[in-house]
Design a protein around this ligand. Sequence first.
Ligand SMILES: C[S@@+](CC[C@H](N)C(=O)[O-])C[C@H]1O[C@@H](n2cnc3c(N)ncnc32)[C@H](O)[C@@H]1O
Length: 364
Amino acid sequence: MLSVDDFSRQCVVVQGLVQVIKDNLKNGDLTSPIGKDIVDENYRQDSPMIPSRDKWAGQAEMLANRVNKNERKLRKWRKTQQVGCYRMYYLDIPELPMLIDWYEGRLHISTRHRPHDHLEQWIGFLAAHLAEQLGVARSDLFIKHRKLGRGGSQYPALSSEGRILEVGEGGHKFLVNLSDYLDTGLFLDHRTTRQMVQREAAGKRFLNIFAYTGSFTVYAAAGGASSTTSIDLSNTYLNVAKENMKLNGFTGSQHRFLKQDVLGMLRKKNVTPRFDLAVMDAPTVSRSKAMNDSLVIQDDYVWMLNALLQSISPEGVVYFSCNLSDFKFDKQAVRASEIADITEQTIPPDFKTKCPHKCFRLVK
Ligand SMILES: C[S@@+](CC[C@H](N)C(=O)[O-])C[C@H]1O[C@@H](n2cnc3c(N)ncnc32)[C@H](O)[C@@H]1O
Protein backbone atom coordinates (compact mmCIF):
# COMPACT_ATOMS: atom_id res chain seq x y z
CA MET A 1 0.00 0.00 0.00
CA LEU A 2 1.27 3.43 -0.90
CA SER A 3 1.01 6.45 1.32
CA VAL A 4 0.55 9.93 -0.04
CA ASP A 5 4.26 10.55 0.59
CA ASP A 6 5.18 7.46 -1.42
CA PHE A 7 2.98 8.73 -4.17
CA SER A 8 4.63 12.12 -4.17
CA ARG A 9 8.05 10.50 -4.41
CA GLN A 10 7.09 8.16 -7.20
CA CYS A 11 4.82 10.24 -9.37
CA VAL A 12 6.44 13.39 -10.62
CA VAL A 13 3.67 15.91 -10.44
CA VAL A 14 4.89 19.43 -10.04
CA GLN A 15 3.49 22.83 -9.19
CA GLY A 16 1.27 22.01 -6.32
CA LEU A 17 -0.59 18.88 -7.22
CA VAL A 18 1.16 16.79 -4.58
CA GLN A 19 0.49 19.45 -1.95
CA VAL A 20 -3.14 19.62 -2.95
CA ILE A 21 -3.37 15.86 -2.66
CA LYS A 22 -1.76 15.96 0.78
CA ASP A 23 -4.04 18.73 1.94
CA ASN A 24 -7.19 17.05 0.78
CA LEU A 25 -6.54 13.38 1.35
CA LYS A 26 -5.95 13.27 5.07
CA ASN A 27 -6.61 9.49 5.27
CA GLY A 28 -5.16 8.72 1.90
CA ASP A 29 -3.64 5.35 1.30
CA LEU A 30 -3.25 4.97 -2.41
CA THR A 31 -3.55 1.44 -3.58
CA SER A 32 -4.28 1.22 -7.27
CA PRO A 33 -1.93 2.19 -10.11
CA ILE A 34 -1.16 5.74 -11.17
CA GLY A 35 -3.11 7.31 -8.37
CA LYS A 36 -6.44 6.69 -10.12
CA ASP A 37 -7.86 5.95 -6.69
CA ILE A 38 -6.75 9.40 -5.56
CA VAL A 39 -9.62 10.83 -7.42
CA ASP A 40 -11.94 7.83 -7.49
CA GLU A 41 -11.82 6.80 -3.85
CA ASN A 42 -10.41 9.62 -1.84
CA TYR A 43 -11.88 12.60 -3.61
CA ARG A 44 -15.50 12.15 -2.74
CA GLN A 45 -18.28 13.42 -4.94
CA ASP A 46 -19.33 15.89 -2.26
CA SER A 47 -15.83 17.31 -1.79
CA PRO A 48 -15.94 21.09 -2.07
CA MET A 49 -12.69 20.85 -4.05
CA ILE A 50 -14.25 18.93 -6.92
CA PRO A 51 -17.11 20.61 -8.74
CA SER A 52 -18.12 17.77 -11.02
CA ARG A 53 -16.48 14.38 -10.88
CA ASP A 54 -18.78 12.92 -13.52
CA LYS A 55 -17.78 15.62 -15.93
CA TRP A 56 -14.11 14.90 -15.28
CA ALA A 57 -14.63 11.18 -15.83
CA GLY A 58 -16.24 11.96 -19.18
CA GLN A 59 -13.37 14.26 -20.10
CA ALA A 60 -10.81 11.65 -19.08
CA GLU A 61 -12.49 9.16 -21.39
CA MET A 62 -12.63 11.71 -24.20
CA LEU A 63 -8.92 12.50 -23.79
CA ALA A 64 -7.90 8.84 -23.79
CA ASN A 65 -10.00 8.19 -26.92
CA ARG A 66 -8.42 11.11 -28.76
CA VAL A 67 -4.91 10.07 -27.78
CA ASN A 68 -5.66 6.55 -29.04
CA LYS A 69 -7.01 7.93 -32.29
CA ASN A 70 -3.92 10.11 -32.80
CA GLU A 71 -1.70 7.19 -31.92
CA ARG A 72 -3.35 4.98 -34.56
CA LYS A 73 -2.82 7.69 -37.22
CA LEU A 74 0.87 8.08 -36.33
CA ARG A 75 1.72 4.43 -35.81
CA LYS A 76 2.98 3.63 -39.32
CA TRP A 77 5.08 6.80 -39.50
CA ARG A 78 6.54 6.19 -36.05
CA LYS A 79 7.48 2.62 -36.86
CA THR A 80 9.03 3.32 -40.26
CA GLN A 81 10.90 6.40 -39.02
CA GLN A 82 11.73 4.78 -35.65
CA VAL A 83 10.42 7.77 -33.73
CA GLY A 84 10.52 7.18 -29.97
CA CYS A 85 9.66 10.69 -28.77
CA TYR A 86 6.63 12.37 -30.25
CA ARG A 87 3.57 14.49 -29.56
CA MET A 88 0.47 12.43 -28.81
CA TYR A 89 -1.99 15.24 -28.22
CA TYR A 90 -1.71 18.90 -29.13
CA LEU A 91 -4.53 21.11 -27.77
CA ASP A 92 -6.86 18.90 -29.87
CA ILE A 93 -10.01 19.46 -27.80
CA PRO A 94 -10.59 23.09 -26.75
CA GLU A 95 -11.90 22.19 -23.29
CA LEU A 96 -8.83 20.00 -22.66
CA PRO A 97 -6.01 22.47 -23.40
CA MET A 98 -2.94 20.34 -22.87
CA LEU A 99 0.16 19.09 -24.64
CA ILE A 100 1.00 15.42 -24.25
CA ASP A 101 4.32 14.01 -25.35
CA TRP A 102 5.69 10.48 -25.31
CA TYR A 103 9.35 10.05 -24.43
CA GLU A 104 10.14 6.38 -24.99
CA GLY A 105 7.61 5.09 -22.49
CA ARG A 106 7.33 8.21 -20.32
CA LEU A 107 4.36 10.51 -20.44
CA HIS A 108 4.98 14.26 -20.28
CA ILE A 109 1.84 16.37 -19.85
CA SER A 110 1.73 20.14 -19.71
CA THR A 111 -0.94 22.78 -19.80
CA ARG A 112 -0.67 26.12 -21.50
CA HIS A 113 -3.06 28.08 -19.32
CA ARG A 114 -5.41 27.44 -16.45
CA PRO A 115 -8.59 25.89 -17.82
CA HIS A 116 -10.25 26.40 -14.41
CA ASP A 117 -9.59 26.90 -10.72
CA HIS A 118 -9.07 23.23 -9.90
CA LEU A 119 -6.25 22.71 -12.34
CA GLU A 120 -4.04 20.52 -10.18
CA GLN A 121 -6.76 18.06 -9.24
CA TRP A 122 -8.30 18.11 -12.68
CA ILE A 123 -5.09 17.49 -14.59
CA GLY A 124 -4.06 14.85 -12.06
CA PHE A 125 -7.34 13.04 -12.63
CA LEU A 126 -7.06 13.11 -16.42
CA ALA A 127 -3.37 12.22 -16.44
CA ALA A 128 -3.87 9.32 -14.07
CA HIS A 129 -6.61 7.90 -16.27
CA LEU A 130 -4.53 8.31 -19.43
CA ALA A 131 -1.41 6.81 -17.89
CA GLU A 132 -3.39 3.80 -16.78
CA GLN A 133 -4.87 3.37 -20.26
CA LEU A 134 -1.40 3.51 -21.80
CA GLY A 135 0.19 1.25 -19.18
CA VAL A 136 2.57 3.95 -17.96
CA ALA A 137 3.90 3.57 -14.40
CA ARG A 138 3.31 6.40 -11.96
CA SER A 139 7.04 7.08 -11.80
CA ASP A 140 7.03 7.73 -15.52
CA LEU A 141 4.22 10.27 -15.49
CA PHE A 142 5.24 13.94 -15.47
CA ILE A 143 2.70 16.75 -15.18
CA LYS A 144 3.56 20.43 -15.47
CA HIS A 145 1.88 23.71 -15.98
CA ARG A 146 3.34 26.97 -17.15
CA LYS A 147 3.95 29.58 -14.54
CA LEU A 148 6.19 32.51 -15.33
CA GLY A 149 9.31 32.71 -13.21
CA ARG A 150 10.45 35.76 -11.32
CA GLY A 151 11.10 38.67 -13.65
CA GLY A 152 9.12 36.98 -16.38
CA SER A 153 11.66 34.25 -17.11
CA GLN A 154 10.09 31.71 -19.41
CA TYR A 155 12.29 28.85 -18.33
CA PRO A 156 11.91 28.60 -14.56
CA ALA A 157 12.75 25.38 -12.78
CA LEU A 158 9.51 23.74 -11.63
CA SER A 159 11.16 21.19 -9.40
CA SER A 160 14.62 19.89 -8.61
CA GLU A 161 13.88 16.22 -9.07
CA GLY A 162 16.57 15.92 -11.73
CA ARG A 163 15.10 13.01 -13.66
CA ILE A 164 17.43 13.14 -16.63
CA LEU A 165 17.00 10.47 -19.25
CA GLU A 166 18.74 9.56 -22.45
CA VAL A 167 16.50 9.25 -25.50
CA GLY A 168 17.14 8.65 -29.18
CA GLU A 169 16.21 10.73 -32.20
CA GLY A 170 17.40 10.40 -35.81
CA GLY A 171 20.10 7.96 -34.76
CA HIS A 172 21.50 10.41 -32.18
CA LYS A 173 21.26 10.50 -28.39
CA PHE A 174 19.88 13.35 -26.30
CA LEU A 175 19.45 14.06 -22.62
CA VAL A 176 15.98 15.15 -21.59
CA ASN A 177 14.87 16.43 -18.22
CA LEU A 178 11.22 15.51 -17.76
CA SER A 179 10.91 16.62 -14.17
CA ASP A 180 12.33 20.08 -13.66
CA TYR A 181 11.52 22.43 -16.51
CA LEU A 182 8.46 22.92 -18.65
CA ASP A 183 10.61 22.38 -21.73
CA THR A 184 12.41 19.06 -21.64
CA GLY A 185 15.57 19.92 -23.55
CA LEU A 186 14.43 18.54 -26.90
CA PHE A 187 11.91 20.52 -28.96
CA LEU A 188 10.16 17.73 -30.85
CA ASP A 189 8.57 20.03 -33.47
CA HIS A 190 11.99 20.69 -35.03
CA ARG A 191 12.84 17.03 -35.61
CA THR A 192 12.54 17.48 -39.42
CA THR A 193 14.40 20.83 -39.45
CA ARG A 194 17.28 19.19 -37.61
CA GLN A 195 17.47 16.52 -40.32
CA MET A 196 17.58 19.25 -42.98
CA VAL A 197 20.48 20.92 -41.20
CA GLN A 198 22.31 17.60 -40.95
CA ARG A 199 21.89 17.00 -44.70
CA GLU A 200 23.62 20.24 -45.64
CA ALA A 201 26.27 20.45 -42.91
CA ALA A 202 29.13 18.53 -44.55
CA GLY A 203 32.34 20.57 -44.45
CA LYS A 204 30.52 23.67 -43.13
CA ARG A 205 31.42 25.95 -40.27
CA PHE A 206 28.21 25.77 -38.27
CA LEU A 207 26.78 28.41 -35.92
CA ASN A 208 23.87 27.75 -33.55
CA ILE A 209 22.57 30.86 -31.75
CA PHE A 210 20.01 30.52 -28.96
CA ALA A 211 21.48 27.02 -28.97
CA TYR A 212 19.64 25.76 -25.83
CA THR A 213 20.71 22.11 -25.37
CA GLY A 214 22.48 21.95 -28.71
CA SER A 215 20.21 19.54 -30.57
CA PHE A 216 20.80 21.33 -33.90
CA THR A 217 24.54 21.24 -33.16
CA VAL A 218 24.48 17.46 -32.71
CA TYR A 219 22.79 17.01 -36.09
CA ALA A 220 25.21 19.44 -37.78
CA ALA A 221 28.21 17.61 -36.31
CA ALA A 222 26.69 14.29 -37.41
CA GLY A 223 26.31 15.72 -40.91
CA GLY A 224 30.06 16.42 -41.04
CA ALA A 225 30.31 20.11 -40.07
CA SER A 226 34.00 21.08 -39.97
CA SER A 227 33.39 23.11 -36.81
CA THR A 228 30.43 24.02 -34.58
CA THR A 229 29.81 27.06 -32.39
CA SER A 230 26.88 26.98 -29.98
CA ILE A 231 25.92 30.21 -28.22
CA ASP A 232 23.45 30.63 -25.39
CA LEU A 233 22.98 32.84 -22.37
CA SER A 234 22.43 29.91 -20.05
CA ASN A 235 25.33 27.92 -18.64
CA THR A 236 22.93 25.20 -17.58
CA TYR A 237 21.74 24.63 -21.14
CA LEU A 238 25.23 24.97 -22.60
CA ASN A 239 26.44 22.25 -20.26
CA VAL A 240 23.65 19.98 -21.51
CA ALA A 241 24.66 20.90 -25.08
CA LYS A 242 28.23 19.81 -24.30
CA GLU A 243 26.94 16.57 -22.76
CA ASN A 244 24.74 15.91 -25.79
CA MET A 245 27.69 16.39 -28.11
CA LYS A 246 29.89 14.13 -25.97
CA LEU A 247 27.16 11.49 -25.86
CA ASN A 248 27.29 11.36 -29.65
CA GLY A 249 31.09 11.26 -29.82
CA PHE A 250 31.63 14.89 -30.81
CA THR A 251 34.44 16.33 -28.72
CA GLY A 252 37.47 18.47 -29.50
CA SER A 253 38.35 22.11 -29.92
CA GLN A 254 36.45 22.40 -33.22
CA HIS A 255 33.25 22.33 -31.12
CA ARG A 256 32.88 25.57 -29.17
CA PHE A 257 30.27 26.50 -26.58
CA LEU A 258 29.96 30.17 -25.73
CA LYS A 259 27.97 31.71 -22.93
CA GLN A 260 27.09 34.98 -24.55
CA ASP A 261 24.20 37.34 -25.12
CA VAL A 262 23.26 36.83 -28.77
CA LEU A 263 21.79 40.34 -29.04
CA GLY A 264 25.02 41.94 -27.82
CA MET A 265 27.00 39.73 -30.20
CA LEU A 266 24.83 40.66 -33.19
CA ARG A 267 24.88 44.37 -32.33
CA LYS A 268 28.68 44.34 -32.65
CA LYS A 269 28.20 44.01 -36.43
CA ASN A 270 31.07 41.66 -37.04
CA VAL A 271 31.56 41.83 -40.79
CA THR A 272 34.02 38.95 -41.18
CA PRO A 273 32.22 35.92 -42.61
CA ARG A 274 33.10 33.13 -40.24
CA PHE A 275 30.30 30.66 -40.79
CA ASP A 276 28.73 28.82 -43.73
CA LEU A 277 25.60 27.47 -42.08
CA ALA A 278 23.66 28.91 -39.14
CA VAL A 279 20.52 28.25 -37.13
CA MET A 280 18.71 31.03 -35.31
CA ASP A 281 15.82 29.38 -33.48
CA ALA A 282 14.90 32.40 -31.43
CA PRO A 283 12.62 32.80 -28.43
CA THR A 284 9.49 34.88 -29.06
CA VAL A 285 10.50 37.26 -26.29
CA SER A 286 13.57 37.31 -24.12
CA ARG A 287 14.36 39.43 -21.12
CA SER A 288 16.79 38.42 -18.48
CA LYS A 289 18.81 39.88 -15.67
CA ALA A 290 21.97 38.71 -17.40
CA MET A 291 21.52 41.17 -20.24
CA ASN A 292 20.44 44.77 -20.39
CA ASP A 293 18.74 44.18 -23.69
CA SER A 294 15.41 42.67 -24.60
CA LEU A 295 14.13 40.79 -27.59
CA VAL A 296 10.70 40.74 -29.20
CA ILE A 297 11.15 38.59 -32.25
CA GLN A 298 8.50 40.20 -34.46
CA ASP A 299 10.11 43.63 -33.88
CA ASP A 300 13.76 42.55 -33.91
CA TYR A 301 14.15 39.78 -36.50
CA VAL A 302 15.08 42.14 -39.38
CA TRP A 303 18.12 43.71 -37.77
CA MET A 304 19.10 40.41 -36.16
CA LEU A 305 19.04 38.49 -39.45
CA ASN A 306 20.81 41.28 -41.32
CA ALA A 307 23.52 41.32 -38.65
CA LEU A 308 23.78 37.53 -38.66
CA LEU A 309 24.10 37.43 -42.46
CA GLN A 310 27.23 39.57 -42.16
CA SER A 311 28.92 36.66 -40.40
CA ILE A 312 27.91 34.22 -43.13
CA SER A 313 30.04 33.39 -46.16
CA PRO A 314 28.71 34.09 -49.69
CA GLU A 315 25.97 31.57 -50.54
CA GLY A 316 25.97 30.45 -46.94
CA VAL A 317 22.64 29.39 -45.42
CA VAL A 318 20.67 30.55 -42.37
CA TYR A 319 17.73 28.67 -40.90
CA PHE A 320 15.54 31.02 -38.93
CA SER A 321 12.68 29.84 -36.78
CA CYS A 322 10.38 31.19 -34.11
CA ASN A 323 7.26 30.02 -32.31
CA LEU A 324 5.07 33.02 -32.98
CA SER A 325 2.06 31.56 -34.80
CA ASP A 326 1.15 34.79 -36.63
CA PHE A 327 4.73 35.81 -37.34
CA LYS A 328 5.06 37.96 -40.51
CA PHE A 329 8.27 37.99 -42.54
CA ASP A 330 9.02 41.09 -44.61
CA LYS A 331 11.25 39.62 -47.32
CA GLN A 332 12.17 43.05 -48.72
CA ALA A 333 13.72 44.12 -45.42
CA VAL A 334 16.20 41.25 -45.08
CA ARG A 335 19.35 41.31 -47.22
CA ALA A 336 19.50 37.71 -48.48
CA SER A 337 19.56 36.49 -52.08
CA GLU A 338 16.90 33.85 -51.40
CA ILE A 339 14.29 33.59 -48.65
CA ALA A 340 11.99 30.58 -48.59
CA ASP A 341 9.19 29.95 -46.12
CA ILE A 342 9.78 26.27 -45.28
CA THR A 343 7.30 26.09 -42.40
CA GLU A 344 5.13 23.47 -44.10
CA GLN A 345 8.10 21.18 -44.88
CA THR A 346 9.48 21.41 -41.36
CA ILE A 347 6.36 20.40 -39.47
CA PRO A 348 6.44 16.69 -38.69
CA PRO A 349 3.28 14.48 -38.77
CA ASP A 350 2.77 14.63 -34.98
CA PHE A 351 2.50 18.46 -35.13
CA LYS A 352 0.40 18.80 -38.27
CA THR A 353 -2.83 19.79 -36.53
CA LYS A 354 -1.42 23.06 -35.15
CA CYS A 355 1.41 25.16 -36.49
CA PRO A 356 4.03 25.03 -33.71
CA HIS A 357 6.62 27.24 -35.42
CA LYS A 358 7.43 29.35 -38.45
CA CYS A 359 10.62 28.49 -40.30
CA PHE A 360 12.58 30.17 -43.12
CA ARG A 361 15.67 29.21 -45.11
CA LEU A 362 17.80 32.15 -46.22
CA VAL A 363 20.69 32.07 -48.67
CA LYS A 364 23.15 34.95 -48.41
C1 LIG B 1 13.51 28.67 -27.89
S1 LIG B 1 14.97 28.16 -27.08
C2 LIG B 1 15.91 27.81 -28.48
C3 LIG B 1 15.64 26.42 -28.97
C4 LIG B 1 16.85 25.74 -29.55
N1 LIG B 1 17.33 26.46 -30.71
C5 LIG B 1 16.64 24.27 -29.87
O1 LIG B 1 16.89 23.87 -30.99
O2 LIG B 1 16.24 23.48 -29.03
C6 LIG B 1 15.57 29.65 -26.44
C7 LIG B 1 17.04 29.64 -25.92
O3 LIG B 1 17.49 30.96 -26.08
C8 LIG B 1 18.32 31.30 -24.99
N2 LIG B 1 18.36 32.77 -24.94
C9 LIG B 1 17.36 33.62 -24.69
N3 LIG B 1 17.77 34.91 -24.82
C10 LIG B 1 19.09 34.86 -25.17
C11 LIG B 1 20.08 35.82 -25.47
N4 LIG B 1 19.81 37.12 -25.44
N5 LIG B 1 21.32 35.41 -25.80
C12 LIG B 1 21.61 34.10 -25.82
N6 LIG B 1 20.71 33.11 -25.57
C13 LIG B 1 19.47 33.49 -25.23
C14 LIG B 1 17.70 30.61 -23.80
O4 LIG B 1 18.64 30.43 -22.76
C15 LIG B 1 17.23 29.30 -24.45
O5 LIG B 1 18.22 28.31 -24.31
